[in-house]
Design a protein around this ligand. Structure first.
Ligand code: NAP
Length: 280
């Protein structure tokens, strides 16, 4: 299958390119076009004629979105609408990504695909608006919500990834304070890419949650990183309140891969096993 991957140099993009190596991958980065340049996006994709468009681009600096909502909506919503229209015109399947931050975190049990979203931040709102565009406008689509990604390439948009940041701080013997009041599921992009290589070639469409299995706080995740890596670190727990971050984050945003499980397609590892694989 001809598959255009947009944002192919990002952490999921690199691993997905490898996992889909049996397909004709069209590796697209900002150098090919900025997704906010609608005309250029259409010209390049019309030339390539992909059968599937995988959009990994996003403006996902969560705190910066609060002060720059225009850019958040340009990248996370209007560019998505343009890509959906291109996909429809090319009769291509649209594959779009979204986030656990579409939920408000008031629950204490995992959110599945039927749970009601209620975002707390500009970022979460823009991603939910992007979801609605895909769900209401795309003729054929797969929409993936995931959480807490880390991968070998490191997030381009966020300047690295959480695991590498923790390892660096520990090696420099810096005091490390990490929030212990946000429950998430850290997810390895290598493992998610393998899952996508199973799901995307099937005819199954619609909304899917896809994260590693289980849950922890960011503090517990940091502790596991040091435990598995065999590093001693000056780690202590802190609260979201003490961080005073501009964007509100959900206290609990654990997702359940309910649809993947129902279809017998869930291949995602428990988060600690995926972390051990990454560190190994
Ligand atoms: N990271 C997480 O924890 C997390 C959690 C939930 C969902 N997600 C979603 O999962 C997807 C993949 O995430 P990721 O961590 O792999 O992201 P990433 O490493 O930051 O990669 C995103 C890629 O998109 C490109 N990009 C961004 N804006 C663009 C634009 N306007 N035009 C063209 N290219 C643009 C970036 O290029 P540049 O390097 O040139 O900026 C980068 O290569 C994203 O939709 C993300 O929001 C991520």
């Amino acid at each position: 299958m001809r598959i255009s991957i947009l944002g192919a140099n990002g952490q999921l993009g690199r691993d997905l390119t490898a996992a889909l190596s049996g397909h004709a991958i069209q590796h697209l980065t900002r150098k090919d076009f900025d997704v906010t340049d609608h005309e250029r996006a259409r010209a390049v994709l019309s030339e390539l004629k992909p059968e599937m468009i995988v959009n990994l681009t996003a403006y996902h600096r969560v705190d910066d979105c609060e002060s720059n909502p225009e850019l958040a909506y340009d990248v996370n919503v209007l560019a998505v609408l343009n890509l959906v229209r291109i996909a429809n015109d090319l009769d291509a399947k649209m594959v779009q990504f979204s986030t656990d931050y579409v939920f408000d975190g008031s629950r204490t049990t995992p959110y599945d695909e039927s749970s009601e979203p209620f975002p707390l931040s500009v970022y979460g709102n823009s991603r939910l608006a992007g979801e609605y565009i895909v769900r209401t406008q795309a003729r054929r689509y797969v929409l993936i919500r995931t959480c807490g990604l880390y991968g070998r390439a490191g997030s381009q948009g966020k300047g690295g990834n959480f695991v590498e940041t923790m390892l660096k701080k520990a090696r420099n013997q810096e005091p490390i304070r990490v929030v212990n009041d946000q429950a998430v599921t850290p997810t390895s992009t290598a493992d998610l890419a393998r899952q996508l290589a199973v799901l995307l070639p099937t005819p199954h469409e619609g909304l899917f949650h896809a994260t590693n299995d289980g849950a922890c706080s960011w503090y517990e995740f940091a502790a596991a990183i040091f435990d598995i890596a065999g590093l001693r670190a000056n780690l202590s727990p802190t609260t979201s309140e003490s961080y005073k971050a501009p964007a509100r984050r959900p206290r609990y945003s654990v997702l359940e891969n309910k649809r993947l499980k129902e279809l017998g397609l869930d291949r995602m590892l428990p988060w600690r096993e995926a972390l051990a694989e990454y560190l190994g």
